[in-house]
Write a protein that binds this ligand. Structure first.
Ligand SMILES: NC(=O)c1ccc[n+]([C@@H]2O[C@H](COP(=O)([O-])OP(=O)(O)OC[C@H]3O[C@@H](n4cnc5c(N)ncnc54)[C@H](OP(=O)(O)O)[C@@H]3O)[C@@H](O)[C@H]2O)c1
Length: 204
């Protein structure tokens, strides 16, 4: 069982822009983080659409979908994604949403369920591991959520899609208490014009 964190990040370390709200899910100036994803064949497939580009980026996205058996995310990521994901969200796995605001479990089409977890990061991870089978648990975001798991040493592999842009401002991934020094072993690097896809394993 591998716990991954898989995120798109700008070269200067931002995973969202400024002023994130439900109406502005990725924040101002964050287009370069996500625009390369929307026309990938594998992404479109998961949105119930056909067509799109079949390229290396698309293959890597498909690998992530295939490898992931459960997802953990923060309530802000959920709230800002809810409308966009619609009735048939792309995950098609159980998703555990960290929150202080309880809400009944939502069962969506295609195998995605959203379970709202109020007992903290360890409980959410345990519940995700219990249903992921042999596949990975992915800590999908946002920054606050990934940072908490990083700080506790609970992430095995970091998968970053570094987009060739400087955002200048926004939501940083690598800051805040408890991060400290961590050493990583490179596992894979694939460079395309859209992003440099990096996989690292934390040295325990
Ligand atoms: N670049 C990427 O690949 C990527 C991936 C994912 C998300 N994002 C972006 O990240 C942004 C959201 O990130 P974020 O850091 O603001 O928020 P987040 O991590 O998605 O969610 C934070 C919220 O989750 C709940 N929460 C977190 N930890 C908790 C805990 N231990 N116990 C209980 N509740 C907990 C709290 O919500 P409540 O107190 O309200 O319940 C908290 O305010 C969005 O803009 C999204 O687009 C980017």
């Amino acid at each position: 069982m591998t716990v991954t964190a898989d995120l798109a990040i700008s070269l200067d370390g931002y995973i969202a822009g400024t002023g994130v709200t439900i109406d502005n899910p990725a924040g101002d100036g964050a287009e370069p983080l996500f625009e390369w994803i929307h026309n990938l064949a594998s992404w479109r497939e998961r949105q119930g659409m056909t067509g799109g580009e079949e390229n290396r980026d698309s293959e890597l996205m498909r690998e992530w979908f295939d490898a992931t058996g459960a997802v953990v995310m923060g309530r802000t990521m959920y709230d800002t994604g809810e409308e966009f994901w619609g009735d048939n969200p792309p995950f098609r796995t159980p998703v555990f949403v960290l929150t202080h605001r309880p809400r009944p479990t939502l069962v969506k089409e295609g195998g995605t369920t959203f379970t709202f977890v109020t007992d903290g990061i360890h409980d959410a991870l345990d519940r995700a591991k219990a249903v992921a089978g042999r596949r990975n648990v992915d800590i999908a975001g946002g920054a606050s959520t990934v940072r908490q798991y990083l700080a506790q040493g609970l992430i095995d592999e970091l998968h970053l899609h570094v987009v060739p842009a400087l955002l200048g401002d926004g939501l940083r991934l690598f800051e805040g208490p408890g991060l400290g020094r961590r050493d990583l072993e490179p596992l894979a690097m694939v460079a395309t014009p859209s992003a440099t896809h990096l996989k690292y394993r934390f040295v325990k």
